[in-house]
Design a protein around this ligand. Sequence first.
Ligand code: PGA
Length: 251
Amino acid sequence: MFNPTRSPVRKSVIAGNWKMYKTQTEAAEFLQGFLPLLEETPGDREVVLCVPFTDLEILSRSLHGSSVRLGAQNVHWEPAGAYTGEISAPMLTELAVRYVIIGHSERRQYFGETDETVNKRIRATQSAGLVPILCVGETKQQRDRGETESLICQQIEAGLIGVDQGNLVIAYEPIWAIGTGDTCECNEANRVIGLIRSRLNNPNVPIQYGGSVKPDNIDEIMSQPEIDGALVGGASLQPESFARIVNYQAI
Ligand code: PGA
């Protein structure tokens, strides 16, 4: 249904984040179940699958000619070099990858990601013609201490130094809502996303919500005027549940 309060210019982006799940065989099985469920999907939304590096090639081949876009979950900031275990942006573009998740809270928490390395990765991503999905969000403790706003503004400001905001997606993912089933109240997510938008110099950057997005809350989430999409972890692993999310109907 047409939502009169959402800017018609901002694209809705629904992205699955598979994290470290699915072998190539499992990825191919997923697509067999998923693609037929997209036949009625409205064209006003971009559907993205952000998958492990090892799944990119098979999905790249299988998604050729489909409207589903391919995404990665990280990228190094140098185009090539002696960085054992890393993957560069040109390696991704050759596989028809279009989006890259950058600064997910799991990378910040477990792999030493900082606002500075996030910024370097975003700029390398854009230089290669890819679209970064910058993740920001606060912990439960930071929220309880009243630090949500200042923390988010800091992550946005430091992450976006020298970044082209015409080629960018942001995901607001409160860390306490990720993988917990404890979704952020829709109006609170809408408020924080409005705050993020007020810090940007391009009003058309799509801003997603992420954190326990499910088939039974996506319609309400997408009915919020500031929320332009979703970054979906656990519920993107099953074809039926992710298809229901992609086929959301704003109330
Ligand atoms: P979740 O994960 O949907 O399983 O909460 C979201 C994310 O980490 O991007």
